[in-house]
Design a protein around this ligand. Structure first.
Ligand SMILES: Nc1ncnc2c1ncn2[C@@H]1O[C@H](COP(=O)(O)OP(=O)(O)OP(=O)(O)O)[C@@H](O)[C@H]1O
Ligand SMILES: [Mg+2]
Length: 363
């Protein structure tokens, strides 16, 4: 329990202190004795999915729906006591995902302010999530290596096969026999194309700045040309997102693969929501980034079959009779090349793929 008496000297806030607060992974809110918010750090904005502008002056109970336990903690802080609430469930308005947080409420007073309270929030599921990310990536990397090795072993003999078939083709005495050599070359080409797609095919990657909204819009228009009716797009774009660096064409391919799946799952009839946001101080694949773009693609189709859900990003996993099961593996490969992460959650009526892409500091 802390109690800051009136005679405790706290130095006035400096820029450096502010920077420390801004860099903290812990979400920090400062509220007045009347419970109105006077400060939120970026981690708090992230966690509560709001901006300081929107939160400022509002009753913290509205922004932080933790119920009576929070009210009790605030009352205790008004009396000078610090309380920590463990593993509280935080449901944010308009967001289906529930978070588990530890919440500490302490009284605070400085020379400039008569009295206020500090609320600290820590996600307790964040650590397990990061550990899981790493695990998934290690497994995926191992799989990719196997696929690459296999692809190499298949492609070399295919070249020989094709060359031999062409030589044979010239020597054939009867024209109608050419049908057989045609099948050999045609099938060799098809296999080789498949292997290229499996391994990503493109070894060079652009590093040009591009706008993620332009990518989403490009895909949206492509789909609307393919299927002029039946698919309704909703857009919820964060206009403040900065450009990212990378390969725009590949990113279009990745998003297109995800959106096509949604269209196919919904049988060309349904709604697709495209949403972008900026995340601050976000950890991806064990690396902390100052800024990360988040793009989610949500459809209201039947959802991913439960037995596939843990494996959809693996190559050759498909739920469709005519699917090759490469679309999402390729999308993931492309997102990884941009040091990003792709995740999905699915239930009937709500399937959401989210891409996280870091904005590099050098930009
Ligand atoms: N939005 C979605 N709704 C329902 N199921 C989906 C959705 N996205 C993917 N899936 C499931 O995941 C499987 C794998 O998708 P992926 O794009 O990797 O392969 P594919 O679509 O089957 O074949 P390809 O894209 O190579 O033509 C799909 O076959 C489908 O069963
Ligand atoms: Mg697909």
């Amino acid at each position: 329990m802390h109690h800051y008496g009136a005679n405790v000297m706290i130095p006035p806030q400096t820029d450096e202190h502010l920077q420390v607060l801004e860099a903290l992974a812990t979400a920090v809110l400062v509220v007045g004795m009347d419970r109105r918010i006077s400060f939120m750090n970026p981690a708090a904005e992230n966690l509560l999915q709001t901006s300081t502008q929107r939160g400022m002056g509002r009753d913290v109970i509205e922004m932080l729906p933790l119920g009576v336990t929070l009210q009790a903690a605030l009352m205790a802080a008004q009396q000078g006591a610090t309380t920590t609430l463990r593993e509280e469930t935080l449901v944010r308005p308009g967001n289906a995902e529930e978070l588990s947080v530890d919440c500490t409420v302490s009284p605070f007073s400085s020379r400039s302010e008569s009295g206020s309270m500090i609320i600290e929030l820590n996600r307790v599921d964040q650590l397990t999530r990061i550990a899981r990310d790493t695990w998934v990536h290690e497994r995926q990397d191992a799989l990719n290596q196997i696929v690459r090795a296999l692809a190499h072993e298949i492609k070399n003999p295919l070249g020989g096969l094709r060359g031999a078939a062409q030589l044979l083709d010239r020597e054939l005495p009867r024209r109608e026999l050419r049908e057989y050599t045609y099948i050999i070359t045609h099938e060799a080409d098809r296999l080789s194309g498949l292997v290229d797609r499996l391994t990503g095919g493109f070894h060079v990657m652009d590093h040009e700045p591009f706008n993620l909204h332009a990518v989403l819009e490009h895909v949206r228009k492509l789909i609307l040309v393919e299927i002029p009716q039946g698919i309704q797009f909703e857009r919820d774009y964060d206009p403040s997102i900065p450009e990212i660096c990378g390969d725009r064409a590949q990113m279009i391919q990745a998003v297109l693969n995800v959106v096509r799946n949604a269209v196919q799952a919904m049988n060309n009839r349904g709604q697709i929501n495209l949403r972008t946001r900026v995340r601050r101080q976000y950890t991806l694949r064990n690396q902390r980034h100052r800024l990360v773009l988040e793009a989610s693609i949500t459809d209201n189709g039947p959802g991913i079959e439960p037995e596939l859900i843990g494996r959809v990003f693996f190559p050759m996993v498909t739920g469709r009779a005519d699917g090759t099961g490469l679309g999402l593996a390729l999308a993931q490969e492309i997102v990884h090349r941009h040091d990003g992460l792709i995740e999905c959650t699915s239930q009937p009526g709500h399937t959401c793929f989210t891409l996280y892409l870091p904005v590099k500091a050098s930009q």
